[in-house]
Design a protein around this ligand. Structure first.
Ligand SMILES: NC(=O)c1ccc[n+]([C@@H]2O[C@H](COP(=O)([O-])OP(=O)(O)OC[C@H]3O[C@@H](n4cnc5c(N)ncnc54)[C@H](OP(=O)(O)O)[C@@H]3O)[C@@H](O)[C@H]2O)c1
Length: 381
């Protein structure tokens, strides 16, 4: 068996997939770009040590390739390209920009999601890689209502933001690539932290709302005799009934890894979405409990109340980026996922679990740090 080349190994989901595949003794290579401070090798080593600390055992290391998907051949050296062509027979394309706003077609999220996927496909052609796993999103459905099938993609839907549209274009590209002989597509819902440990390395969507309300609440700080802060001047511009498909990252990573490791499950499209979505009312209740305020009203979807409170105005301004995300989700059909993984139901993101995830994020001050690493093995040449 050849190496599986994974993109996005330093991201939230990529870390889980990397860990799971290594635990299953899969030969792996990871394509990672340098950060402002650290080389790709140091970044991967730090993520691996973080797993080793959590698991209390040692793990094998992947081969590290230094590259950026926005560049042709990922900007890799000739030796690295040669190594990948000789050793990798599978590519798991998970890297993406999760930016919901864009300044134009040459910027993010188009650059990484569309140009990046084009480079991934060209690289597969050059390196003779015919097996591709592509991480898409359930939200390629855009603003659709009703039931969305795993077999559907472009039905002329509109989009809530450039991210959704860029991911649709990426999925269309991988589907029409003739040199890919085996294509498996994963479409996760909104990924939240680990259902057991609460771990998350990113703080988008629900976490953004949590962080804003937490900060706002701390600034106001005027708890009444009950010990919590009255917040009756704050309105959520949702009506409480909107359903959101939150999925814990450990489940998404496990589902993907089991499918990658079982060839009988390849060449399908999988909605990795929960059995029961979370309502915005439940999110409000969790926020009130965990952050320590009460009295927030629902103000109706898309509405915004005029206020004279600067902090509340700031809250609305920040939340605007996610406006498209607070609409009611469609119903995602999960027939393929249920058939493939009947033994692996998605953990319910209920009041308790969402509260635990929220407390874990607050405890970690909405940031994630891997252990410090001075030196790491050199990249493959
Ligand atoms: N998070 C969600 O709610 C969600 C929901 C549905 C689908 N997805 C999909 O799941 C996948 C993983 O998402 P995630 O939540 O794990 O995101 P994440 O934590 O932001 O990780 C993104 C990963 O992609 C890498 N990456 C981005 N642009 C790159 C570039 N130009 N070259 C090389 N690497 C690049 C990042 O590298 P750096 O560390 O260098 O930035 C990081 O490793 C994505 O395809 C995303 O669209 C996510």
């Amino acid at each position: 068996m050849g190496h599986v080349l994974l993109t996005g190994a330093t991201g939230l989901l990529g870390r889980y997939v990397m860990r799971n595949l290594l635990l299953a003794d899969t030969p792996m290579a990871v394509l990672v770009r340098p950060s402002r401070r650290n080389s790709p090798e140091v970044r991967v080593e730090a993520a691996m040590r973080s797993w080793e600390e959590q698991l209390g055992r040692s793990l094998p290391r992947p081969v590290v390739l230094s590259g950026n998907i926005t560049e042709p051949d990922f900007g890799m050296s000739a030796d690295q390209i040669k190594w990948a062509a000789e050793n990798c027979d599978t590519l798991l394309h998970n890297a993406a920009s999760l930016s919901f706003v864009s300044t134009g077609p040459k910027s993010e999220p188009w650059r990484s999601n569309v140009e990046g996927t084009r480079h991934v496909l060209n690289f597969c052609a050059e390196a003779g890689i015919e097996r591709l796993f592509h991480v898409s999103t359930a939200y390629v459905c855009g603003l659709r209502h009703g039931k969305v099938l795993e077999s559907e993609l472009d039905v002329g839907q509109e989009f809530g933001n450039p991210y959704e549209e860029s991911k649709l274009q990426a999925e269309q590209m991988v589907r029409s690539a003739e040199h890919i002989k085996s294509l498996t597509v994963f479409r996760p819902g909104i990924i939240v932290g680990d259902s057991v440990t609460g771990m998350t390395t990113t703080f988008h969507n629900f976490y953004a709302m949590l962080q804003l309300t937490y900060t706002l609440n701390k600034q106001r700080g005027d708890a009444d005799f009950s010990g919590v802060v009255p917040a009756s001047t704050v309105q959520f511009n949702v009506d409480g009934t909107e359903r959101k498909n939150l999925v814990p990252v450990d489940w998404v990573g496990e589902a993907m890894s089991q499918i990658v490791l079982n060839p009988a499950l390849h060449q399908e499209t999988y909605h990795l979405t929960p059995r029961v979505p979370v309502t915005t009312r439940l999110m409000r209740d969790v926020l009130e409990d965990v952050v320590g305020f009460y009295g927030v009203d629902f103000y109706g979807a898309g509405q915004r109340q005029k206020t004279t409170d600067e902090a509340v105005d700031l809250f609305y301004e920040h939340m605007q980026v996610y406006n498209s995300y607070w609409r009611d989700d469609p119903e995602f059909d999960t027939s393929n996922t249920q058939r493939a993984l009947p033994h692996l139901p998605c953990p319910h993101v209920d009041y308790q679990l969402l509260s635990n995830l929220s407390r874990a994020a607050i405890d970690r001050r909405f940031s994630w740090r891997d252990p410090a690493v001075e030196k790491a093995a050199p990249v493959a040449t």
